[in-house]
Design a protein around this ligand. Structure first.
Ligand code: NAD
Length: 285
């Protein structure tokens, strides 16, 4: 990604950004954008190959990036990576807590419970698996809290220090089928506010992005049929999105850079910024 690909640019030269989940769809984009603004970027991911591919791409286009195999749920793994980042790239100024996700074992098959119609292989609310639910809560909530414990200490009193967590639409109103993921993202929004208050006198601003629906390579099978038509789920999403379209990933990058910029957002801390075409504002009527 070049500077000219960005919706706008902020000056991150001399800054070090740590991005968790950086091998994934959204956070790899964030890592590319941060590098295009001049930041040195540490890409942390359980999937080293995915993070390394993004780091190589950034390096090939003149940026500075290192990939690190990291489990955001393992404090020892985080501490070890922290030491490597310090050596390779320096002190963390910006932390993007992007690792997160859902699990099929924490997902119901149907939107509504109808005891008179439970086809074979249906996972009802009553079948949800405790381990699947714990996995989702830990990955999203602890996976945001632990990296913050490890990296935020050195961010205290650093000019422009900023943390961005990734919440979701389902934090405002739960989406059907995914009670654990919705609850875990609500917990991230809550933690964002808590951290913002806790660090308010240290110069660290803490905010979250709540992405609406973005058409990406990863979800294209869910959103589009093989011949490029909208699926039933897409129609439902768009009918609840007042702007009547999916987001463009650049619109998420714009929100990220805005929140990170001390010039643009220096008095903003503790917010969860929806980037959703009005989805979270719409009652459906
Ligand atoms: P993704 O699955 O493409 O990327 C997630 C990355 O996190 C993967 O590379 C994975 O290897 C990594 N990861 C998983 N467990 C890890 C662990 N224990 N330690 C370190 N890394 C780990 O997901 P995405 O769509 O890019 O989503 C990124 C964030 O945005 C997530 O928090 C997700 O919940 C959130 N989000 C996504 C959307 C969306 O539409 N894609 C919408 C709202 C919120």
């Amino acid at each position: 990604m070049k500077k000219t690909d960005l919706p706008f640019s902020i000056d991150l030269n001399g800054r070090t950004a740590v991005v968790t989940g950086a091998g994934g769809v959204l956070c790899s984009q964030f890592a590319r954008a941060l590098a295009a603004c001049g930041a040195s970027v540490a890409l942390l991911d359980l999937n080293l190959d995915a993070a390394q591919a993004v780091a190589d791409e950034i390096t090939a286009t003149g940026g500075k990036a290192f990939a690190y195999k990291t489990n955001v749920l393992d404090k020892d793994s985080l501490e070890a990576v922290h030491q490597s980042v310090l050596k390779d790239l320096g002190t963390c100024d910006l932390l993007i807590n992007g690792a997160g996700g859902n699990h099929p074992r924490a997902t119901t098959s149907q939107e509504y419970y109808d005891p008179s119609n439970i086809p074979a292989d249906t996972v009802t609310f009553f079948d949800l698996d405790k381990q699947g639910i714990s996995f989702v809560f830990e990955l999203n909530f602890l996976g945001t809290l632990l990296p913050t414990q490890v990296f935020a200490k050195e961010m205290v009193n650093r000019p422009g220090a900023s943390i961005i967590n990734i919440s979701s639409m389902n934090a405002f109103t739960p989406l059907t089928k995914i009670p654990a993921y919705s609850g875990a993202k609500a917990a991230i929004s809550n933690l964002t506010q808590w951290l913002a208050v806790h660090f308010a006198r240290t110069g660290i601003r803490v905010n979250a992005l709540a992405p609406g629906f973005f058409a990406t390579k990863q979800n294209e099978k869910l959103l589009f049929t093989d011949d490029g038509q909208l699926t039933e789920r897409s129609h439902k999403i768009l009918s609840q999105t007042p702007m009547g379209r999916f987001g463009d990933s650049k619109e998420l990058i714009g929100a990220l850079l805005f929140l990170l910029s001390p010039e643009a957002a220096g008095f903003i801390t503790g917010i969860v910024l929806p980037v959703d075409g009005g989805f979270s504002a719409y009652s459906g009527v």
